[in-house]
Every structure is written in C-alpha cells, then in structure tokens.
Write a protein that binds this ligand. Structure first.
Ligand code: IPE
Ligand code: IPE
Ligand code: MG
Length: 269
C-alpha cells in the first residue's frame, strides 16, 4: 500500500509523505480556499485571474488527498456572503465552477472520487444547478474519497435549515410533540450528514477566522493556517498540513496520557 501511494506522488510530496503515519491520517479535511484576489493583485492582474489560477490548486490538492486515501475533503468554494461581491466577479465564479465540473468529471472518475455539495443549491443559477447535478450523478458510483464542494454555503443557514427539517420530520411523524432534540438528531439533519466531522481545517492566505464555515462540525477540529495563497497551494502543502496535524495532541477536554497519573489530592495536602 505504502509503495503504491509513494509511486503516485512527486519527489517533494513523497519526502513529506514518508514522515507521516499512514494509520493516523485525518479522515476528513476541510479547506477554506482564500487569497485568490491577493494572488492576482500581487501580479497586477484582475481578481478573477486569481480565481482561474485557483483551479490548479483544487486539482492538485484533491488528487493528492485521493492518492493517500483521505476519506473526505470539503472545499469552501462560495459562501452566502460572497453574493456581496461585484456581479461581474460572481458571474465569473459561476462560469468557472460550471467549466471546472465539466472538465473534471473524467479525472474524478479516474481517481474514484465521489462529488457532493453542501449549501443552498436551489438559490444558484439554474444552469449551474443542472451542471452540478450532472457531475454528481456522473461520479455517484465512485467509492473512494468524497469531495464535497460548499457552494452558497453558510453555517448559520445550515443550522436554521437543520432545525426546520427536524420540525418537519417530527410533524410528519406523529406530531411536533415527538420532536427529539439532541446532538445526534441535529447532526443527522445537517447538510453534512453523509460525513464525519472534519479532523483538520486548513485556511490559506493567513486569515484567522472561520467566515461562517461548518461552525457545528469544526467544534474539535485542529486548525491549520498557512500564509500560502490559495492559487499557490498544492498537494505538497496539504501533506505539510497533515504532518503538522499529526504533531498535535487532541485532548477533547481530557488529559494527556502521562498527566492522567497526577494526584490532585496529594498536591493539596
Ligand atoms: C477566495 O479568494 C475565493 C472566494 C472567496 C470565492 P478571495 O477572492 O477571497 O481572495 P482575497 O481574500 O480577496 O485575497
Ligand atoms: C471565505 O473567504 C469563503 C470562501 C473561501 C469561499 P472570504 O474571502 O469570503 O472570507 P472573508 O470575507 O475574508 O471572511
Ligand atoms: Mg478572501
């Protein structure tokens, strides 16, 4: 298995991959792809040139994730707040998405990647929705990495939609008095019900915020922020993020192994 994985990586990637513990890979990685505009500005190019260049980053990152056997990768591609941008930039992003989906399906199939979406899909332009549906159906049979694109996504809207859907389900199922409210029920009504919570969230371009991304699901994710701008990000950078992740100690509110033997009673005496 290791050998087969290494054969699919380039020299720089293989160097980082060798340092990883393949038994402790994050199951689900979420990425806030940020910095396209700044990438373009530095080159005295229009912002949209940064978005176009970001496609190569998506391709490389997704392919590497699939090669090393990551179960799920979720990319924040367009937020509900992004409608505030100039119409010309929004139109460009929608066209870019449509073109990406059309061009990418054969590669996704070759890499056994299944496409999913989260976000209020029905509010996107109809031709984009059609293309999305086509791409999803064309990859639905794949059994490898699940690639989820967050499009017209907002974590707060997702929670509102989840609560509405819980009430609807209960009223169709014996009445609202039967509404069960617990963490499991909420999680089962989120857009991400097909996924485990992300273990690792990556944000490019150095911003230290979540920008309304997966607020419920990231409760215990490790956060990795890199100054690399999204169009410069590659599979190699993803592997670096995973290497950092493996150095972290996840405690979930508990204690380290070694510290569990500390005896508070004696200290007090
Ligand atoms: C991220 O890059 C892409 C989207 C939000 C669609 P930005 O466009 O936010 O780039 P910056 O933050 O302006 O550099
Ligand atoms: C977050 O990036 C949304 C996506 C990556 C799609 P933004 O650039 O929109 O976030 P803010 O405005 O810096 O919070
Ligand atoms: Mg940004």
């Amino acid at each position: 298995m290791q050998h087969k994985v290494l054969a699919g990586l380039d020299r720089k990637e293989a160097e980082v991959y060798r340092q990883l513990d393949p038994g402790r890979l994050p199951k689900h990685i979420a990425i806030i792809m940020d910095g396209n505009g700044r990438w373009a500005k530095r080159r005295h190019m229009p912002r949209v040139a940064g978005h176009r260049a970001g496609v190569a980053a998506v391709r490389s990152t997704v392919e590497t994730a699939a090669r090393i056997g990551i179960h799920a990768i979720t990319l924040y591609a367009f937020s509900e707040e992004n409608w505030k941008r100039p119409q010309s930039e929004i139109d460009f992003l929608m066209r870019l998405l449509s073109r990406y989906l059309k061009a990418e399906v054969p590669t996704l199939n070759k890499n056994n990647i299944r496409l999913e979406y989260i976000g209020r899909q029905h509010e996107l332009p109809e031709d984009v929705q059609d293309r999305m549906e086509w791409a999803r159906a064309s990859t639905a049979h794949n059994t490898g990495t699940v690639l989820t694109l967050a499009l017209n996504y907002s974590a707060r809207s997702e929670l509102v939609d989840a609560f509405r859907s819980m009430v609807n389900a209960a009223s169709q199922n014996g009445g609202v008095e039967h509404l069960r409210i617990d963490e499991e029920t909420v999680a089962n009504h989120l857009y991400t019900r097909h996924l485990p919570d992300p273990d690792l969230v990556v944000r490019t371009s150095g911003e230290m915020r979540l920008s309304n991304f997966l607020l419920w699901q990231l409760a215990y994710a490790e956060i990795y922020v890199t100054s690399t701008l999204w169009p410069d990000f590659r599979g190699f950078h993803l592997l670096e993020a995973i290497a950092q992740y493996q150095k972290r100690e996840r405690r979930y509110g508990g204690l380290n192994h070694g510290d569990a033997h500390a005896e508070p009673a004696k200290v007090l005496k």
